[in-house]
Structures are given as structure tokens and as C-alpha cells.
Design a protein around this ligand. Structure first.
Ligand code: ADP
Ligand code: MG
Length: 598
């Protein structure tokens, strides 16, 4: 909160601003505030949640037209019409967001652009929307006798609305929801495995977009009291996009700066508007190429550059792991049961009737040549794939085909063969994503109980601090994961999985790329995790580690279980030896077998 102290003088300046402005200038300021609200909404959807939304200007139009139609043709008062307009804009947000459930990135951009064009087309042709002439005579919003037809007084109404809109956006971005949205933007698969309900989060992003667009539209209708199609056309969409990209799409304050700057620039260049369009285009391209995070991202980019030059990241040190308190294994029974699971991809059977049972508190190894279906098995257990046949039970509960976020909330945590850290989040934030165990239905608390959200965030931060200490990550807690050596990234992914307080931990080749000492530490960490009461299933090629760590090993080959038993027995099983001879991977070394059988 202290970091926001500078907002106070800015707010005072904004409050005093009208005293220095003439009638025209205050009108420009009024328009700038409206664009700032639009830009904040677009920043939330596009920058924070990563949903390319080119329909923001249509949400703006829906809000403004809804007020215009309801007040002039349905006899509603201004504020009743405004409330309905916000609802309509949010519903429109949901409609435009539906395609996001099936497609992402530029495809989504094209579809949302199409929907925005459809909107302009409709208002240009529909009688109810006044066709090309638009709708005039929208009433002046009444406000306890204050005359809001004055641009000066309207400015203060806008300022209050803007402050609320900004505060809400900052609350969202600086809280668990915003972090989940950013995690989803970075890597939706990993975010799902960490408990984020992706479809609902995407819809949330579009509803927020609709809400901010609607708010801006209502203010516009109250300010200008006239709506016409050209105010909501594609040129304005691109101006809005330019504001967000130049300001810095993932920074809400950057979006505000971009909006104010470009509104002023547009006024200054009014006589040369053709060249101005060209100019915006050029600046946007330059920003995208040289400062992808916009003006707001420049300080961070410079810091990163300096740090890289000094080589801080690669000198980072892992601290010692502080073992967990051992917990007496209470449960008994089976942590995981895979029953006759078959998974077919077109033309390929990756898993063929695989069954395995992992008792609670065990460390189970899964080995097998490359392509034998080990990762596919994890993908089935963690909900990424629905098995073609068979079922998966967790502590006796059938959860076959449940979505990853549900399994995550039921206690399944996993790591990935090819690390999937959220690269735009710091190490601490990666861990915070794992710590957040709230269901998505918690979203309603953001508007209704914001202080609870902030309290929860504080608890999470305290727990993140403890976990960072435990995993020896204090040195790198605020670093960008990309800048760190591979061994540290693997440790972070393990810490992030443990942040979920799982009962079943799935590790997919956690020793890949680690040096000897790091592998030894990994063995210690996994043992401590098990001793704390977590069941561990580990896919691993490092036979020394498998032999010394696992109580039982399951061998897969071409999607089938070919052996299952104690490590020393399995290693000499004739089918296993045969399967491994056909693969470039090394067979278990004799020394390792000997060590394990002792
Ligand atoms: P492992 O982890 O044991 O090396 P995988 O489970 O990754 O093996 O892969 C098993 C087989 O399934 C491979 O032949 C792989 O190409 C195939 N496979 C895995 N995922 C898919 C997918 N999404 N679509 C098609 N084939 C897949
Ligand atoms: Mg694999």
C-alpha cells in the first residue's frame, strides 16, 4: 500500500485540474477519463488475462446505446437505464467471450473483431438505434440538483467513477485472482494443474471487459448526450489498442497513462488526423518491437538488462532444504488406484490397460523407455486427458475425467517433464499461485468483501515466505525464473507443487538435467516430503535415484505394465532387461542394484 502513496498528490491534482481549464479543455479531459476507464478494462482482459479482445469498443458502444435507447424510447430514467446498460454490457461480454473457450491468441482477436464489426453494422442499420444519424436528446443525468450538463461538474462524477474502477482493477491485479489470470496468460495448462478453473477465468476476463466498457459507455452517453455509430468504430478500437500497448498492457497504471497521453495527442493532431493515424501505427509497431511491455514496462526491462549484464541470475545460490516435520502416516489404504486405463490417440495406443495401485505413504517409481506412456499416465491421473477406457481413483473416490483444477483442489500436485514455470511471474508469485487453494466461485468476494481478499493475500504471502525458506529459495525469491539455472528452476517447480499441500505428488523426471549433488539433494527432499505424509509417484530415468528412493517400481513398455515390484527384483526381470536393451537408455547399473538390495 505504501507503494501507492504517490496516488495522493495525483488525485489532488486531478481534483484541482478543472480550475485551470476552459470549456473546451475540460471536454477533452472528460473524454480522456472515459478512455482511461476503457483502457483499464482492456488492460485487465488483454494484458493481465491474455485474452486478445478487439471488441472493447463494442462494449463501450453497447453501454452508450443501451442508455440512449432505454432513456429516449423506453421511458427509463438515466440512472435506471445506466444500471441496465451495465448488465447488458456484461452479458455482451459473456457472448463475446464464448469463443475464447475454444480458441486463443490471434484467432480470438479476429473473432472478437468480427463481433465488434457486427455491432457497428447493426447500429448503423437498425431503426431502433437511429441508423447512421444515431440517437440524440439523451437526458441530462439528474444528481441531487447538480447540473451535470456542465462539463466541469460532470468531470467530478467521472473522477469518482474512475477512482472506483481503478481501485477495483488494482485490487484484482494485486490479489490471488489477478495472479491466477496472469498465470493463465503465461501457461494455461500449468495454471489448470495448480487449481485455476480456466474456462471460468476466461469468462471472468470478458465480463470485466464488458463491465468497464459499459461504465465508459454510460458516462459517454451522459456527457455527450448523443450517440452515433462512428464513435464506436474500428478506428477508435485501434486508438484504444494503441493506448494500452504504448502504456503497457500488463500494467493498469500504464494503461491509464497511455489513454491520457493519446487522448491529448489526438486533440493536438486534430488538424492532421490522417497523419496521426499513421503515427499511432508506427509508434505501436516500435513499442511492440522494442518495449513489449510498453512505457510502464521500461523500468523493469532496464533493471533486467542491468542484472543480466552483471550476471546475477546465473550466480544465484540454492540454500539448504529444511526438512518437513515427519507426520505419522495416518491414512492407510490406497492413495491412488489406476484401473485398466487405456488411452488412444488417433492411430496410437499410448496406454493399454494399465493398472496400478499406490498405497498411501509410498514412493512409487515409474520407469520405462522413452515413449512408453509414462507422461501420458500422469496426464490421465492429473486430468489433462480423459482415459479412453478405465478409471482413476484417489483415496477410493472415482475421479476419472475430472478437470485438472478439481483434481488439484482434491490434493493432486504434479511437476512437468519440460518445466512449466510461469515465466512472467517472479519465483515468489509462482509459489503463490500454488498456495491459492480457493475455488473460482470465490470471485464474488472481490466486489462484495474486498478486505477479506486482502487479508487472504497477506496470509498467502506469509506462507510463501515460509515455503521459500524451506526450499532454500530465499536468494532467488524475487527473480525472474527464466534468469535462473536449470537446477534452481527444477527446485522452484517442486516447491510450487508442494505449495498446494498435496496428498499425492506426481514428479515427471525431476532429476533430468541435474548434477550429481543436486540429484542427491532431490532424493533427500522427496524422502522428507514422503515422511510428512505425502504419497509420491516419480517417473525417472536416473536408475541410481529410483533404486535408492522407491519402495516399489512399475515398469511400462509400449503402454503396458511389464513388471511391478521391489526395485531389485524389477531390475533383473527378463522382460525389463529385454525392453531396455532395445532402448538407448542405460540399464540399471549393477552397483545401484546391489545398493538397493542391501
Ligand atoms: P514417455 O513419457 O514414456 O516418454 P509419453 O507418454 O510422452 O511417453 O508418450 C507415449 C506415446 O504417446 C508417444 O508415442 C507419444 O508420441 C504419444 N503421445 C503422447 N501425447 C500425445 C498426444 N497428445 N497426441 C498424440 N500422441 C501422443
Ligand atoms: Mg515423458
Amino acid at each position: 500500500m505504501k507503494r501507492l502513496a504517490w496516488l495522493v498528490p495525483v488525485a489532488v491534482a486531478a481534483w484541482l485540474l478543472p480550475y485551470g481549464l476552459d470549456g473546451y479543455a475540460i471536454h477533452v479531459a472528460d473524454v480522456a477519463v472515459i478512455f482511461a476507464i476503457l483502457a483499464v478494462g482492456l488492460g485487465l482482459t488483454m494484458g493481465v488475462a491474455g485474452q486478445i479482445n478487439l471488441a472493447q469498443v463494442a462494449f463501450f458502444g453497447v453501454g452508450a446505446y443501451a442508455v440512449a435507447i432505454l432513456t429516449t424510447q423506453a421511458g427509463f430514467g438515466f440512472w435506471a437505464a445506466a444500471a441496465l446498460a451495465l448488465l447488458i454490457a456484461m452479458v455482451f461480454g459473456i457472448l463475446v467471450g464464448i469463443p475464447a473457450l475454444r480458441m486463443q491468441s490471434h484467432y480470438l482477436g479476429i473473432v472478437t473483431l468480427g463481433l465488434a464489426l457486427a455491432f457497428t453494422n447493426w447500429v448503423t442499420n437498425a431503426d431502433i438505434a437511429g441508423r447512421a444519424e444515431g440517437i440524440s436528446d439523451i437526458p441530462v443525468p439528474p444528481l441531487f440538483g447538480v447540473d451535470l450538463s456542465s462539463g466541469y461538474l460532470f468531470y467530478y462524477v467521472e473522477l469518482v467513477v474512475f477512482a472506483l474502477a481503478l481501485a477495483f482493477a488494482l485490487l484484482v491485479t494485486r490479489s490471488p485472482l489477478g495472479r491466477r489470470l496472469r498465470a493463465m496468460r503465461d501457461d494455461d495448462l500449468a495454471a489448470g494443474a495448480l487449481g485455476a478453473q480456466i474456462p471460468l477465468l476466461r469468462m471472468t476476463a470478458f465480463v470485466l471487459s464488458g463491465l468497464y466498457g459499459g461504465v465508459a459507455g454510460v458516462l459517454y452517453a451522459g456527457l455527450i448526450r448523443f450517440v452515433a455509430p462512428e464513435s464506436f468504430n474500428i478506428a477508435n478500437m485501434f486508438l484504444l489498442l494503441a493506448m494500452v500497448i504504448i502504456g503497457g498492457r500488463s500494467s493498469i497504471l500504464g494503461c491509464v497513462v497511455g489513454a491520457v497521453a493519446l487522448t491529448l495527442l489526438r486533440e493536438a493532431l486534430l488538424d492532421a488526423s490522417g497523419y496521426a493515424q499513421l503515427g499511432y501505427g508506427l509508434v505501436v509497431v516500435l513499442v511492440v518491437v522494442f518495449a513489449p511491455r510498453g512505457l510502464a514496462g521500461l523500468p523493469g526491462q532496464l533493471r533486467l538488462l542491468l542484472r543480466r549484464r552483471r550476471g546475477d541470475g546465473s550466480r544465484a545460490q540454492l540454500g539448504a532444504f529444511l526438512p518437513y516435520e515427519p507426520a505419522p502416516s495416518d491414512a492407510g489404504g490406497n492413495a491412488l488406484e489406476v484401473r485398466a486405463v487405456t488411452k488412444r490417440f488417433t492411430g496410437l495406443t499410448a496406454l493399454d490397460g494399465v493398472s496400478l495401485t499406490v498405497p498411501a505413504g509410498q514412493i512409487r517409481g515409474i520407469v520405462g523407455p522413452n515413449g512408453s506412456g509414462k507422461t501420458t499416465l500422469f496426464n490421465v491421473i492429473s486430468g489433462f486427458y480423459t482415459p479412453t477406457q478405465g478409471s482413476v481413483l484417489l483415496r477410493g473416490q472415482d475421479l476419472t475425467g475430472a478437470a485438472p483444477y478439481r483434481l488439484s483442489l482434491c490434493g493432486v500436485a504434479r511437476t512437468f517433464q519440460n518445466l512449466r514455470l510461469f515465466e512472467d511471474l517472479s519465483v515468489r508469485e509462482n509459489i503463490l499461485v500454488g498456495l491459492d487453494r480457493t475455488p473460482t466461485s470465490w470471485i464474488w468476494r472481490y466486489p462484495s468483501l474486498p478486505w477479506k481478499v486482502l487479508g487472504y493475500e497477506r496470509t498467502l504471502r506469509a506462507r510463501a515466505g515460509e515455503l521459500i525458506e524451506r526450499f532454500g529459495l530465499a536468494d532467488v525469491a524475487d527473480a525472474d525464473p527464466r534468469s535462473l539455472p536449470y537446477g534452481i528452476q527444477r527446485r522452484i517447480e517442486l516447491a510450487r507443487a508442494m505449495a498446494m499441500s498435496p496428498s499425492l505428488l506426481l514428479l515427471d523426471e525431476p532429476a533430468a538435467g541435474l548434477n550429481g549433488e543436486e540429484v542427491r539433494q532431490l532424493g533427500e527432499i522427496v524422502r522428507s516430503i514422503r515422511d510428512s505424509g505425502v504419497t509420491v509417484v516419480i517417473i525417472e530415468h536416473n536408475m541410481g535415484l529410483v533404486m535408492s528412493l522407491c519402495e516399489q517400481v512399475t515398469v511400462l513398455s509400449s503402454g503396458r505394465v511389464i513388471a511391478d515390484g521391489r526395485p531389485a527384483e524389477v531390475a533383473v526381470h527378463p522382460d525389463v532387461v529385454a525392453a531396455y536393451l532395445g532402448d538407448s537408455m542405460s540399464t540399471p547399473s549393477e552397483a545401484a542394484v546391489e545398493e538397493a538390495s542391501r
